[in-house]
Design a protein around this ligand. Structure first.
Ligand SMILES: [Cu+2]
Length: 109
């Protein structure tokens, strides 16, 4: 039955697409010269932000915001960490090693 064959192919295509979307970061924020590449960012609920370290030093990003708390630990040049934001609100991202680093992320529905 050719109809069944084509139906199977379509479902497989949809599954591959969904997996790719879940892995890819929606926004990339660089860290260089002990600064974030931007000080403010707006994302949608469900978006993933990738924090890329392109600096000569390590960073330890964290947030103590009511909307979301996290601690990404220390990661060196060339590495990255990803965070998915699942609630609307505002999240202040800081670096435990460099207190002058500040990034405000607004998460919208
Ligand atoms: Cu830092």
């Amino acid at each position: 039955m050719p109809g069944v064959f084509f139906k199977s192919v379509s479902i497989a295509t949809i599954l591959v697409g969904a997996t790719f979307a879940a892995v890819a970061a929606d926004v990339v924020v660089d860290q260089k010269d002990k600064q974030f590449s931007t000080t403010e960012l707006t994302v949608k609920v469900g978006d993933t932000v990738k924090f890329q370290n392109n600096d000569s030093v390590s960073h330890n990003l964290f947030s103590l915001s009511d909307t979301m708390t996290f601690d990404l630990g220390t990661f060196p040049n060339g590495e990255s960490r990803e965070v998915q934001f699942e609630q609307p609100g505002v999240v202040d991202v800081e670096c435990a090693i460099h207190p002058t680093m500040k990034l405000k992320i607004a998460i919208e529905e």
